[in-house]
Design a protein around this ligand. Sequence first.
Ligand code: NA7
Length: 541
Amino acid sequence: MTPTPDVDCLVIGAGFGGIYAVHKLREAGFGVRAFEAGSDVGGVWFWNRYPGARCDVPSLAYQYSFSEELDRDWTWSERFATQPEIQRYARFVAERLDVLPHITFDTRVTAAAWDEELTGWRVVTDTGTTVTCRFLISAAGALSAAQTPPFAGIEDFAGQALHTSRWPADGVDLTGKRVAVIGTGSTGIQAVPEIAEQAEHVTVFQRTANFSVPAQNRPLPPDEVARAKAHWADRRAATFTTRAGHVIPTTGKRILDVSPEERMADLEKAWQFGGNEFLGTYIDTSKDLEANALLADFVRDKIRSIVHDPATAEKLVPTGHPIGSKRICVDTAYYETFNRPDVELVDLRAETIETFTPTGLRTTAAEYAFDTVVLATGFDALTGALTRIDIRGTDGQSLADEWAPGAQTYLGLTVPGFPNLFTVTGPGSPSVLVTVVIAIEHHVDWISGHLVHLRAHGWTRTEAEPAARDWWTDQVRATTQLTLHRHAPSSWYLGTNIPGKPRLFLPYAGGLDNYRVVADGIATDGYRGFAMTGAREQAPL
Ligand code: NA7
């Protein structure tokens, strides 16, 4: 008698991907369970509770698009939503879709092994539960595996050390504290102004100066929200046809074609409008280094005009990478914060961290004392959430080893040697370069469609072919050449923030619109590139 798995589909994670995967697969008639390490839904929006945590994509775009009803019944309060509001939204959707009964919280998946006889996965959790499933769907997140660099002596530090994505649920009182912040990516840049409001003194340790544009955040007036809701169908349609998953305003002009006066006027307007849409002002700045330099110079001059102390301003001016080649940051009063007398900037290009000490840290130039260190040091992006689970494929090979020389997938969703495993927002997907919620919706719809296809044919096993993976890897590399991302010496897109991770641009940079066309074409073609098999006598789903 052939064994039958406990459940058809097991979902890892209950963030935006997991919530929608449970809903969609259940709607398609599959049995579904999910494990979530946190004690509530929301994923990264459950964990990232640091002061100032906020989305840098407009609220009206950073939401599910599939249901007009959800759109009608949820109202964002600000142009860029705070972490608590986004988590409330995740909870609202999970309750509405009635997915909560399928999710086991406070349970982290630690291992999963393919079992050929079962034609399924044996999944193990940190609470000791083992569940078997036919299909394993990872929605563990692209930016969820926190990275704490191996700083020498950090275990000797007598104060409090906090990674921004593991911030205590009941907050941290920083009143009267001397606080160090290490890291000036999107997180550090959001956190520093808020921490400075509370703390007695803040020392910001910056390794790479980043480009940041003002959010120009504001409350969303009721008429703007009403207009958006009335145009739900148009907004939904735009998720299919735009590169980023939503409409980004642009002048439609090339920066190299306009006069200096026109350029200044356009960019000043874009700066006042705010948000990372600033990058879309002109159509040539993400492809052409000369065009990019003009955009970058505008931001550099803005920094010099905001920061009073010229020496501090020069440290904050990014010089080593094109604007947008590392993820652009969106801030509220970040540069202005360095005009405070109680905020200090340490340039880790001029002095490097030698070791932590019981009272702070020592660099090659000085000793710094503080009570609390905030590690805004980022994530093992795209692969970390998966490689930290002991995933074993057909020959017992580990996914972490398989990806050690550089992660390769078919469509960012599947890996040869790991049948019936799907990786929502995996390496090779466009998710982190576009509106991730929209990419997630597409990935989950595609996965669900694939499982329905298998069921219709009485198949129980699907595995990407190596040739399909190689072809997709070529597509990912080719699209990388179309952008300036490869000109950044380091970024989490390239994996260079993780010691030992090979330097490889992991996302698909061809846009969500193009990705959809390709992935949907593969589906229409009967899921080209997959070996789909399975004994008909094996319990069909
Ligand atoms: P990021 O963007 O990876 O930023 C991490 C920051 O931490 C960045 O400034 C790093 O400098 C710095 N860092 C990392 N390791 C070290 C060490 N060892 N010493 C000093 N400084 C270090 O992560 P975020 O959390 O800000 O944002 C990640 C994404 O999440 C964001 O883009 C949004 O999409 C959501 P570096 O630049 O590597 O020199």
